[in-house]
Design a protein around this ligand. Structure first.
Ligand code: FPP
Length: 247
């Protein structure tokens, strides 16, 4: 670790109010590649290295949950060759890194409609989840085929069904109960949402869950996002005042 990283990490741990759940919109792989005259897929490949770096940094700090926006519902609209390159990277990385994740006590979970993926490939994810399910360190949550509005709609449909069958009465439906119908039902809401590569958008990510989340946008492109950049985002978060609508 660089001297700057060690110093920042020390300051963060001393300060103490770590975000329990950090979510990241990993943006800028394409731009990173274009700048270097490389194909977009080279950007995604470099992006995987950043994933490894940040998973390690988050685990080292003692963060409980790291959610990565890995593949959105909208990403299917990209050229077919790019979609399959991203999928291939996802499965190959999961297979290759599984031992390492397990050894580091990381638990892998996913958020989104992964039933849309082919059974053979889904199996790789399911095996990784099964193998790491008892790990007690960092929860690495990959948002896959995820869309925030679809998640809310799916929740509403299940609620309607439960009301119809008498399992739930509408008068009892609270925000907390509603959260229990979301894909993320077992996770705390994100405390901090980081977006790389400068865009000031939520892009249909965790719409319900980010109501009171602190936002941090950096111009750094995802493949260049370092542990120091990550620590800087955490440090920035730790020095904010969260009021949740109060004075
Ligand atoms: C955003 O950059 C990146 C993605 C949509 C894909 C992210 C996927 C990976 C890094 C591979 C998945 C691997 C694991 C193991 C989680 P962009 O293509 O939108 O960049 P641009 O905005 O510059 O075009």
């Amino acid at each position: 670790m660089s001297a700057r990283a060690t110093q920042l990490k020390g300051k963060i741990l001393k300060k103490g109010n770590l975000p329990a759940h950090v979510a990241i919109i990993m943006d800028g792989n394409g731009r990173w590649a274009k700048k270097r005259g490389l194909p977009r897929t080279a950007g995604h490949k470099a992006g995987v290295k950043t994933v490894k770096r940040i998973v390690k940094a988050a685990g080292d700090l003692g963060i409980s949950v790291l959610t990565l926006f890995t593949f959105s519902q909208e990403n299917w609209k990209r050229p077919k060759s790019e979609v399959s390159a991203i999928m291939k990277l996802l499965y190959e990385t999961t297979k290759r890194e599984l031992n390492e994740l397990d050894k580091n006590n990381v638990r892998l979970i996913t958020t989104g409609r992964i039933e849309k993926f082919s059974p053979r490939r889904r199996q790789i994810l399911e095996e990784a989840m099964e193998r790491t399910k008892d790990n007690t360190g960092l929860i690495l949550n990959l948002a896959l085929n995820y869309g925030g509005r679809t998640e809310i709609l799916d929740a509403v449909k299940r609620i309607a069904r439960d009301v119809k069958t008498g399992k739930l009465s509408l008068d009892q439906l609270t925000e907390e109960k509603f959260s229990g119908y979301l894909y993320t039902k077992d996770l705390p809401d994100p405390d901090l949402l980081i977006r790389t590569s400068g865009e000031m958008r939520i892009s249909n990510f965790l719409l319900w869950q980010t109501s009171y989340t602190e936002l941090y946008v950096t111009d750094v492109l995802w493949p260049s996002f370092s542990a120091v950049d990550f620590y800087e985002a955490i440090w920035d978060y730790q020095n904010r005042e969260r009021r949740f609508g109060r004075v």
